[in-house]
Ligand binder design. Structure first.
Ligand SMILES: Nc1ncnc2c1ncn2[C@@H]1O[C@H](COP(=O)(O)OP(=O)(O)OP(=O)(O)O)[C@@H](O)[C@H]1O
Length: 696
């Protein structure tokens, strides 16, 4: 055992009643868990910090996530199943706890059997595999196994969990009751179920009743553990620390209550026989009384096997204010992340303790074509599954099954039809910590307070990732049409593309697509997006294809370099429309210390879409792939040698040599830029030729 834990001071405080009473029944460890609240909290915090990244913690299941399993063939009234309430059964269930990674569940189009019933009951969720009765427990020390009744050794992290749980519980008011009740028949649950977020939340509410200094201490102690929430990623420890603002799960509590058929048979933890005879101090006594009263109500309300209940309509076993349900799986809401023009995006946690983003699109009062378009995002995300730079779709559900069917079959026979009023699209997505828009504004805030300019390596790193993301979709013949910083999310250090809400597939063999309407976000919209479907000077219909995305990328890069979009000074729609669609409008570029950078932006923001570079070209641009410095006198020679057999490449080489060795006429910055333009073009062409000859 860690010496710091072993040295925890003795408990003299009423706040420790719960864990004290528990310790009394687990005598060998009792001294380890005794501490006055501030010391105790500190020790717990220290211990938790030490262990929170350990794999064991990643397996912890937040019990509030789960709702009670209902037997498929029975009404909700028959939830109370004596077998399920048998604490022995817990250890059986825990062996079946599903620790699969976030898996992709094939969505059901219609009539698929509900998975609701597979939803793990709370007891099963709480127990960790190490606690099951197959423990072959040869070293009984601390906690009794519920099935074999043998004591199980308690490793350090579990103690930490226990201590944390109980510590927080000891600060709880009556809100803790229902959770307590869930534990009534299972002392071991108290150890294994770490529900820090809820406890902290409850702690908040309870703090008001505490003396000021103690309250301050507790608040600072816990807030200390709850720091950089959204940037921590999605491991379980993060979850536990992050979800402080998650709503409390009264509904789960209820479902938990519903599962206790006869709580009389199960001893209350606070009234454990090992503490028999000890008068229960105030808090614990209140708690116990409250538990009993809630229990009685619950039992009365949910009498098992009653005919009335059996005939009652099936009850929702979750509270829609607290959970989302997608393909019968529940996701607890942790807070709203954002909302777009058409959707709400929430941070959620799944039953396997993984953080996701859940995008909900309400289809109410949408016309069929629009709803169909939204649904197509699913199609694209499915197509882009497994691609590194694209946000991953974990699961989805379209409540209007007919609509989904149409999208999946690629038809829209029902286009004049109406979407069901309560129709919704749910998409469970990989969770992104921060989007590029926020990263940029942070970056620019930092830069504004110093004299330094944007770090080119930072720029290169993220620009390359942006290009790779767009390359992925372009290769799949998808035009995103709404590229902007907010649609690139940082996931585990990589930028990933989101929001294919208005993306379009390139259907034919042509490189362009025709859009039905003008789309995108004004500041990033290409000239052709503004003029989509109109006729150009040559009488051709203006189309939006991949080059339109490249223009948007140019706007993003401009913003990364200068801190604002190229048309930011034109604030109204019409002003923007006018300058962007004007082929003679000259975009203003501030000087840059790196001329390649300017060249790069200009190649994206060429008004003539045919002159815009493609993604493969941009990926090879000298800004990302700097040419070997001129100091190397042999560079051109080496280059010429390597393409000796290719006449065109040799010509390019000699032209490049001329420019490098004799850059005449460089009297102005403009001239210099032109020269660099030319050199850049030659470099790219050479690179292409070399690449081709390599392939041949
Ligand atoms: N997977 C995710 N992880 C984290 N945050 C996300 C995720 N998906 C979306 N968001 C957040 O939610 C916001 C809205 O999402 P999204 O852009 O997909 O919705 P939308 O309705 O299509 O928006 P818009 O009107 O901007 O096109 C995003 O800007 C982003 O901040």
């Amino acid at each position: 055992m860690d010496s710091r834990e072993a040295n925890l001071p003795a408990d003299h405080n009423h706040d420790s009643n719960l864990y004290r009473s528990f310790n009394a029944s687990t005598s060998s460890s009792s001294s380890s868990f005794t501490s006055s609240p501030p010391d105790f909290l500190r020790n717990v915090q220290a211990a938790f910090k030490r262990h929170r990244m350990m794999p064991q913690l990643n397996n912890l299941q937040p019990r509030r996530l789960v709702a009670r399993r209902q037997e498929p063939s029975r009404s909700s009234a028959s939830i109370l199943d004596s077998k399920e309430d048998d604490s022995h059964d817990v250890s059986v269930k825990q062996t079946t706890v599903n620790h699969e990674p976030a898996s992709v569940t094939p969505p059901s189009i219609s009539g698929t059997p509900t998975e609701e019933d597979k939803f793990k009951p709370i007891d099963a969720q709480r127990c960790q595999p190490s606690f099951n009765c197959d423990c072959k427990n040869s070293n009984p020390v601390d906690f009794p196994c519920l099935k074999c009744k043998q004591a199980l050794p308690v490793d350090t992290p579990k103690k930490v969990q226990f201590a944390l749980e109980n510590n927080a519980r000891s600060h709880m008011g009556s809100l803790a009751l229902t959770e307590m009740e869930c534990d009534l028949n299972n002392q071991l649950d108290v150890v294994t179920a770490l529900n820090h977020d809820q406890n902290v939340h409850k702690l908040d509410s309870d703090l008001t009743s505490r003396p000021n200094d103690e309250r301050n201490y507790i608040q600072s102690d816990f807030s200390h553990q709850m720091t950089p929430s959204s940037n921590l990623g999605s491991n379980c420890a993060t979850t536990l620390l992050n979800s402080v603002h998650a709503p409390m799960v009264n509904s789960t509590t209820h479902s938990c209550l519903e599962n206790k058929s006869d709580l009389k048979d199960h001893p209350l933890p606070v009234a454990d026989k090992s503490t028999k005879g000890d008068p229960l101090p105030g808090d614990a006594m209140d708690l116990q009384n409250d538990v009993k009263s809630v229990t009685l109500k619950s039992v009365k309300h949910e009498k098992p096997g009653s005919k009335k209940d059996a005939s009652a309509p099936r009850k929702r076993n979750y509270d829609p204010d607290l959970f989302f349900k997608v393909n019968s799986k529940l996701y607890q809401r942790l807070g709203k992340i954002g909302s777009g023009g058409s959707s709400e995006v929430h941070k959620v946690i799944s039953q396997d303790c993984t953080i996701y983003a859940l995008k909900k699109i309400k289809l109410k009062s949408r016309d069929y074509a629009t709803a169909y378009g939204f649904c197509q995002e699913i199609e694209y995300l499915n197509k882009l599954k497994g691609k590194d730079h694209i946000i991953q779709l974990i699961d989805y559900e379209v409540t209007d099954k007919a609509l989904l069917k149409e999208v999946m079959s690629g038809s829209m026979s029902n286009k004049d039809g109406r979407v069901k009023d309560d129709g919704c699209i749910y998409m469970v997505l990989e969770y992104g910590e921060i989007d590029l828009a926020h990263m940029l504004s942070q970056k620019w805030r930092e830069l504004d307070s110093t004299t330094s300019t944007i770090d080119e390596n930072w720029l290169r790193f993220y620009w390359q990732q942006i290009l790779l993301a767009v390359k992925t979709i372009h290769e799949e013949r998808i035009v995103h049409s709404d590229l902007k910083p907010a649609n690139f999310l940082l996931v585990r250090g990589s930028l990933k593309l989101i929001d294919f809400g208005i993306a379009k597939a390139i259907l034919s063999d042509t490189t362009n697509i025709q859009r039905d309407s003008q789309v995108g976000t004004l500041s990033y919209m290409s000239p052709e997006a503004f003029m989509c479907n109109e006729t150009d000077a040559d009488g051709n219909t203006i189309k939006c294809g991949r080059p339109s995305d490249i223009w948007s990328l140019g706007c993003i890069l401009y913003q990364m370099v200068y801190g604002k979009t190229p048309f930011a000074d034109y604030t109204t729609f019409w002003a923007k429309f006018k300058v962007i669609t004007d082929p003679n409008h000259e975009i203003h570029y501030e000087q840059s210390s790196n001329p390649w950078l300017l060249d790069l932006i200009k190649n994206c923001l060429a008004w003539d879409r045919k002159k815009r570079w493609t993604i493969p070209q941009l990926l090879q641009h000298p800004f990302l792939v700097p040419p070997i410095p001129d100091e190397n006198p042999n560079f051109i020679q080496i280059l010429s040698d390597s393409c000796r057999d290719d006449l065109k490449a040799t010509i390019l080489c000699s032209r490049l040599r001329e420019l490098v060795t004799d850059p005449t006429g460089l009297t102005s910055v403009d001239e210099t830029c032109k020269l660099l333009d030319e050199m850049s073009r030659l470099c790219i062409q050479l690179k292409e030729r070399l690449g081709n000859s390599e392939r041949d």
